[in-house]
Design a protein around this ligand. Structure first.
Ligand code: ADP
Ligand code: MG
Length: 248
């Protein structure tokens, strides 16, 4: 479980996140959704300790995140940053095993893990020695996911992992990702701005506006008992995206 307790973060006059309280359940997928600039990425960066909030604290599996335990807690979390964040000068494989090698894993263990991950994410093994620029957009996202999963973290943080893909590839990857999440039983926090995607993945959907939670619940809660007119406006603006989950 992850607990965000009274998190606030400002940049000058700009309140990126305000008095944010959220419980993220173990082995569930929690989706953060809201308009661009509402604070979604800031929340993910706070969870993984890349940003220290102005107020509040983050508990990861009962342990408060601090400078003393940052490195060890980070290893419990896999993170796919917006736009993938692959190193262009490293091969596909080099991107994936970077941290494992740093931690002293031997060659056999690394190879075995990469084999497993290729199978899980359907990444073609014959593309492992190519550079990120030499593989397709969908494959790059599969690779970013492999990298995030390499150390077998309990928690997976994904910042708009499918944002830049064309619709067909995106829907294929959505199916595969959902299957991977249910197979692995990880605690997943995913950011998206697409309500269809949020409904497809989210055990819990957290709708954010101007750095604050407007409503949290499942898609049916948001549709049937909106806490605020913004919820309905936001959902209606994306009605066509909800076809993905059929009638509610
Ligand atoms: P989202 O991911 O929902 O699009 P972000 O969390 O990236 O939003 O940003 C929230 C707000 O904080 C935005 O107004 C953004 O411009 C601002 N912001 C984020 N990071 C910084 C930064 N490093 N410096 C200044 N402003 C920032
Ligand atoms: Mg963002």
């Amino acid at each position: 479980m992850i607990n965000l307790i009274n998190i606030s973060k400002s940049y000058g006059e700009n309140h990126a996140v305000r008095s944010f309280d959220l419980t993220i359940e173990t082995a569930e997928t929690t989706v953060l959704i809201g308009p661009s600039g509402c604070g979604k990425s800031t929340i993910l960066r706070t969870i993984i300790g890349l940003i220290s909030p102005d107020t509040g604290k983050v508990n990861i599996e009962g342990e408060a995140l601090s400078t003393a335990n940052l490195v060890s807690l980070r290893q419990k979390m896999g993170y796919v940053i917006q736009e993938g964040g692959l190193f262009p000068n490293l091969s596909a494989e080099g991107n994936v095993f970077l941290m494992a090698r740093y931690l002293g894993w031997d060659k056999d263990r690394i190879e075995e893990r990469i084999d497993e991950l290729c199978e899980l994410t359907k990444f073609p093994k014959d593309a492992l020695n190519r550079y990120p620029i030499q593989i397709s957009g969908g494959q790059r996202q599969r690779l970013s996911l492999m990298r995030a999963l390499m150390l077998d973290p309990n928690i997976l943080l994904l910042d708009e992992p499918l944002g830049a893909l064309d619709p067909l590839i995106r829907s294929e990857l959505q199916q595969d990702l959902k299957e991977i999440f249910s197979t692995l039983g990880k605690t997943v926090v995913m950011v998206t701005h697409d309500m269809g995607e949020a409904a497809f993945f989210g055990d819990k959907i957290v709708l954010i506006k101007d750095g604050q939670i407007i409503q949290e619940g499942n898609i049916s809660d948001l549709i049937k008992t909106p806490s605020n007119p913004f919820v309905t406006t936001f959902i209606n603006a994306q009605r066509n995206h909800l076809e993905i989950i059929g009638d509610i």
